[in-house]
Design a protein around this ligand. Structure first.
Ligand SMILES: Cc1cc2nc3c(=O)[nH]c(=O)nc-3n(C[C@H](O)[C@H](O)[C@H](O)COP(=O)(O)OP(=O)(O)OC[C@H]3O[C@@H](n4cnc5c(N)ncnc54)[C@H](O)[C@@H]3O)c2cc1C
Length: 577
């Protein structure tokens, strides 16, 4: 890695001038809204106040490129083959794959450490899935492809989905090899396990096998942990060993263009501005934009107003890409990742609760036989954006519901009494759980001796709710759900006390998408022309989902846009393929 004090003359600076406001206007056109005609922001829950980021011209502030950082303020220039912005899982995968294949890589991270979230990583045909007997034939891959395209109304990029499906096994094997021997670089050796999935015998709305997790590290001892933190910590150590120059506390702010080509980025480090040149590419791996209320208002207003404000990052990479001419997803709708985590406090699974759910009127509103992402959306559409799960003591005896987390992996509970003891800890707990370091979620589990008392404590209308429970018990006895036709094996009555209930709310984890790109992960403008030198990965990758992120393949953000796309892009940038 060559480090040198900047000696850019005026001419070369202008040649490499930052994207201008004119380019930003092109990006706005790409989002399908003419500049100056964007929808007015509304009052809502997106942050403490309604969006106030609109400039006089009627566009949001983020749509206009800032003035270029003055040349004289840039203290240093660093030359590399590849500059990766963001040391999340996608950036780490790309940086490591590039460095291992001989590229000179610098990775910029605004924090002073790496963070991983969650731990479910989807891949097909890895050595682990094959070992467990879940090898996928070409026909099965095609079936999954069609299912995924259908969920997203075919308004997504089929070539990127096939890249994920065809290369994720190889990428996962690469990751497994490193995670199982990470003590060689000073990290923790981790154990890969395969998550169980939610099966739908009718094969209509179920999940597909292939979700991996890495357990046994300091953050991966049990189902409430955050094993991805251990994976990312190990990856950072591998990157260092492979020679990646990781610059912590370095905040990337503006891309540098030479004509139409992106050639570098200016970032603010501890000692001021530094220009990083990426001869072969600049990779945006900066995560989501869920913390930027203007971007949410513009791109996903229905989620900005209907969920508690979640999200992780502020879309700094998206903005830099727009200022450099990139367009948003072709479908114009980056998708939110919305789950319901109170369900997790009932079963400790990453899945929907398939017992009785009622809305605040005490009525059922859905066939509860659903995946967690779509189940979360269904309750979000109820009055008050919430609903209530109700169950009884006998649910603890259902091994399929309570002990289904890992294929051949550690059990979550050994006995039904362990399940009851777990519920009791939630009932007695502080009323919140911390979700993988991303915020406190209200979890107020109610326990009562009678159904009447439970309904009252949940604050539900007594007559209507008791009528619903009685009818539901009747469906369970008869084995026929007359309202929604839920599968017989999921019809468990609510008869044996103590009785339990919990208010369920949608939880907005992050956004996915936002930068239009091709199957080589090259950013594109509104005319689908490649912006030379600019790549995007992870949660920034556009046209993977429309409407909402779906968990029919649990963990395909980490497995697809981060691992597979990061691995393949790193190799390509290094010339390995
Ligand atoms: C609680 C929770 C659990 C989740 N669990 C899962 C799961 O199990 N499976 C799954 O697939 N997904 C999960 N997700 C979504 C998950 O966040 C993403 O899949 C994953 O983290 C995306 O990785 P990424 O590399 O795109 O971005 P991130 O992991 O968000 O990393 C982005 C990095 O870029 C850095 N950065 C941002 N801007 C700049 C800048 N301007 N300059 C320098 N650095 C910058 C950030 O500091 C950060 O380190 C979860 C999300 C949450 C909130």
């Amino acid at each position: 890695m060559e480090n040198e004090k900047t000696s850019m003359d005026r001419r070369s600076f202008l040649k490499g001038a930052f994207a201008t406001g004119a380019v930003a206007t092109a990006a706005v056109t790409g989002v399908g809204t003419l500049a100056g005609c964007a929808a007015q922001p509304k009052e809502g829950k997106a942050g403490t106040s309604a969006s106030d980021g609109k400039a006089a011209g009627g566009t949001y502030d983020f749509e206009t490129a800032p003035d270029p950082i003055a040349e004289g303020d840039i203290k240093e220039t660093v030359d590399a083959d590849v500059v990766v912005i963001g040391a999340g899982f996608s950036g780490l995968c790309c940086a490591l794959a590039a460095a291992e294949n001989g590229a000179n890589v610098v990775m910029l991270e605004r924090m002073d450490h790496v963070i991983g979230r969650g731990g479910s990583i989807y891949a097909m045909n890895s050595k682990l899935t094959k070992e467990k007997g879940y090898e996928c034939s070409v026909e099965e891959v095609a079936q999954r492809y069609k299912r995924m395209m259908g969920y997203h109304s075919y308004r997504v990029d089929g070539r990127k989905w096939m890249l994920h499906f065809n290369r994720s096994g190889e990428a996962m094997d690469w990751l497994i090899d490193r995670m199982t021997t990470a003590s060689s670089v000073g990290g923790d050796d981790l154990t890969p396990v395969m998550e169980h999935w939610y099966e739908d015998p009718e094969n209509i709305n179920g999940e597909f096998p292939g979700t991996h997790e890495f357990l046994d590290g300091p953050n991966g001892k049990g189902p409430d942990d955050n094993p991805q933190q251990d994976v990312c910590a190990n990856m950072a150590l591998y990157c260092e060993k492979a020679g990646v120059d990781i610059r912590y506390e370095t905040d990337a702010q503006q891309l540098v263009k030479d004509g139409d080509k992106v050639v570098g980025v200016v970032a603010k480090g501890k000692d001021g501005y530094v220009r990083f040149n990426g001869k072969k590419g600049v990779v945006i791996a900066t995560g989501d934009f869920g913390q930027d209320k203007d971007m949410l208002e513009k791109f996903i207003p229905w989620a900005a107003h209907q969920t508690e404000f979640g999200g992780i990052w502020n879309g700094s990479g998206h903005k830099m890409a727009y200022w450099a001419g990139a367009a948003v997803d072709k479908s114009e709708t980056p998708a939110p990742m919305i789950f319901c985590f109170q369900w997790r406090s009932i079963t400790r699974q990453v899945r929907a609760f398939q017992g009785l759910m009622v809305n605040e009127d005490g009525r059922r509103y859905d066939n509860e036989d659903n995946v967690i992402s779509h189940g979360g959306l269904a309750l979000m559409h109820q009055k008050g954006n919430h609903a209530f799960a109700i169950w009884d003591d006998d649910y603890a005896n259902e091994p399929g519901w309570q002990n289904h987390r890992y294929v051949d992996g550690p059990k979550v509970f050994d006995t039904p009494d362990d399940v009851r003891a777990y519920w009791q800890t939630v009932v007695d707990g502080p009323g919140t759980i911390n979700m993988n370091g991303s915020g406190d979620i209200p979890v107020k589990m109610i326990k009562a001796d009678t159904v009447e008392e439970l309904v009252e404590k949940l604050g539900l209308p007594k007559d209507e709710t008791l009528k619903t429970i009685e009818a539901y018990n009747g469906y369970c006895d008869a084995g026929v759900d007359e309202e929604f036709g839920k599968r017989k094996e999921l019809l468990l009555p609510i008869k044996k006390g103590p009785f339990y209930g919990i208010e369920c709310t949608p939880w907005f984890l992050s956004t996915t998408g936002g930068i239009r790109c091709n199957e080589d992960l090259q950013a594109m403008n509104a005319d689908d022309e490649v912006i030379d030198g600019l790549y995007c990965l992870g949660s920034t990758v556009g046209d993977m989902y429309t409407n909402c992120y779906s968990t029919h393949f649990p963990g395909h953000n980490l497995g697809g846009t981060c691992l597979t796309f990061g691995y393949v892009t790193g190799r390509k940038l290094a010339g390995a393929e």
